[in-house]
Design a protein around this ligand. Structure first.
Ligand code: DC
Length: 232
């Protein structure tokens, strides 16, 4: 008889490829926990900005590292929206961490090894019970190299910038498409070229290019892969 087991699903890929959208849908469908690791790096960046550790475009790494133990990140369900949102030191920062200001520093913050070490450890603890969908850049390579299912998502930078631009505009931010495209390309470069845990496709990750896939087409493809991976 076929049984289904609880698994770890690791979703990595370039920014604005819809990783979090698909991860949330999957988690809901499977009744799994969803962990947005980008939100964790974004929260550390927001903390650094709010504490004044970033001035004139320069990150005071020493001060940030001294204060890392003052950062507590949680994911809690908002009973009004039904969505899981990010809390930094008990404050809901879900919207603030998506701003272009945070986006412009987050790749730099994410290249600091001490920050990665701390967050990776927290992510590994969150996954101990299995039954999770985690998205990020190093989930299939560093956080859970033995994950049962690994996906690597990508799309052209123009398609991704358009998605991100529309999201920022609907959040009320005043941005131009050009600066969003620049930010997407800059983050790709930094994420893929940093020394510690660069963004690479794990050799056993399924590649999903969704430049021309609708959300429902993509979900179907992924559900198929999940079904195979959960059959014990
Ligand atoms: O997924 P996102 O765009 O919210 O991620 C924000 C930044 O954090 C991105 O530039 C890369 C970094 N990141 C990372 O280095 N490792 C992760 N596991 C998740 C995100």
């Amino acid at each position: 008889m076929e049984t289904t087991k609880k698994i770890i699903i690791a979703i990595d890929g370039h920014s604005s490829t819809g990783k979090s959208t698909v991860a949330k849908e999957l988690a809901e469908h499977l009744n799994y926990t969803y962990i947005d690791t980008g939100a964790m790096y974004r929260s550390v960046s927001l903390f650094a900005l709010e504490q004044g550790f970033i001035k004139d475009d320069t990150i005071n790494k020493e001060l940030l590292l001294k204060n890392l133990n003052k950062i507590s990140i949680d994911f809690t369900k908002n009973t009004e929206t039904g969505r899981v949102e990010t809390f930094l030191n008990s404050k809901n920062v879900e919207k603030k961490i998506r701003s272009l200001e945070v986006s412009s520093y987050v790749s730099h913050i994410a290249s600091i090894s001490e920050v990665r070490k701390l967050l990776v450890l927290q992510q590994q603890i969150m996954g101990q019970q299995k039954g999770i969908v985690m998205d990020g850049r190093d989930i299939g390579t560093v956080v859970f190299p033995d994950a049962d299912l690994k996906l690597f998502m990508t799309a052209s930078s123009e398609v991704r910038a358009t998605r991100r631009y529309e999201e920022l505009i609907s959040n009320g931010e005043k941005v131009s498409y050009k600066e969003v495209l620049q930010n997407v390309e800059e983050r790709d470069y930094i994420d893929s070229n940093r020394e510690d845990s660069p963004l690479v496709r794990a050799h056993d990750a399924y590649l999903i290019d969704n430049s021309k896939l609708s959300r429902s087409q993509q979900f179907k493809v992924i559900l198929n892969l999940v079904e195979k991976a959960t059959k014990a």
